[in-house]
Write a protein that binds this ligand. Sequence first.
Ligand code: UD1
Ligand code: CA
Length: 455
Amino acid sequence: MTWTAVILAAGKGTRMASCKPKALQTLAGRPLIEHILSTLDAASIDEVVVVHSPEAKKDFKDETTARENITYVEQTEALGTAHALKTALPHVTSDNLLVLLGDVPLLSRPTINKLQKEIQKNDLVVLIGVVDNPSGYGRIHKDENGKPMTIIEELDCDDEQRKIKEINSGIMVFKTNVARSLTKKIKPNSKKNEYYLTDAIEIAYHEGLETITHKASEEEVFGINSKRDLAKAEKINRKNIADELMDNGVTVIDPDRIDVRGTLTCGQNVTIDVNTVFIGDVTLGDGVTIAPFTVISNSIIGDETSVHSHSNIEEADIGSKCNIGPFARIRPQTKLEEGARVGNFVETKKTVIGKGSKVNHLTYVGDATIGENTNIGAGTITCNYDGVNKHQTKIGDEVFIGSGVELVAPIEVENGATVAAGSTVSKRVPAEKLTIERSKQKTIDGWKKPTKKGE
Ligand code: UD1
Ligand code: CA
């Protein structure tokens, strides 16, 4: 058995009120179609055909991950879902067909597997849902034996039909030759002048083909037509991810207030507090705690590390037993070794902070390496940029940098050195000595405070 998935994504998406194609709208940080494509990656699908509008060709290629088995096909005019499928069919080489809609992104792999099984005994399987509010969906009309006879679009429903809660997800599975034959017979809908794929069900019924419905959860078949729907889909997706994390033992303080925009992998005994966002690939080790209002992207956080509130961590490699924040900004290529601490209002970039070292308050360290058990005082700055080039700061082990020090790079501070508070150092700082760069403190005797004229 060979399988092609066709994703219909060439509609005008008028209800989205956006210049961006609907299937490229963002859900959990990724385009809708990317959710579908990654679900298909894990399913048994041999080839994928994406039907897009002429204007969107470049956008689709740019905004989705390149995959070898995708063919992009242009539907020159949005003449309806059946027309879109017909445009794709010449590119389909397999004997079975899974038709997906670019705006129904939450379909799961187990459901795809089930549909793939069902088609073995049937000609056509329609994935349906039973929903509280069916408005906007096509309603499933069955005969007395429960066989689907027609799908009636909202516009064509009478008052009774509008009450039907069994809806068409838009997702269908065909034997490919059946799809080829049925789509040829579909005529334009009289009201909208579009070729409706849903008409395939009525034709199949009259031809005596084996058609069945397969039911999935309301959440899985949720169709996104507007920005309101997009926000509802975020909610569904958020709940799915939080449930999965909790099933794997993660303590999620409030499942409504965690956003995972990528892949979050957690060890044991992890706690994630409210209003936290995880972007790209994030790994949290055993016993990690993430405090409120924290954003972490593409980073690894080691065992027993605590990230305190309002911290932002990007492309960093954080060791075990570290303490970060509150209000820390860890920028790309920061590496924290075991037990390092980065405190409030500290920014780091391209920097290694060695084992047990502390950068606790109001500091910028960039293009730097800091050894073990070193203390960087409050308000210290590595002056790494001369306006044209970036330069390195190298700080050794057991160093003490006093408060308010400026380290003008390139510079090296050797092991065990102490730099006095308020110094601006631009030359090598020798080991085990006190280096001080400060003007002498003076007190002016008899100095008078200025006064206002005329006083
Ligand atoms: C469609 C179904 C409806 C179903 C609902 C589920 C039809 C006629 N109606 O309605 O029964 O309940 O989905 O969400 O099929 N598209 C094209 N080319 C076109 C028109 C549409 O590629 O010419 C694509 C769209 O980009 C979209 C998908 O097909 O991804 C569905 O189109 P849309 O206009 O959103 O259909 P609905 O009105 O939601
Ligand atoms: Ca839709």
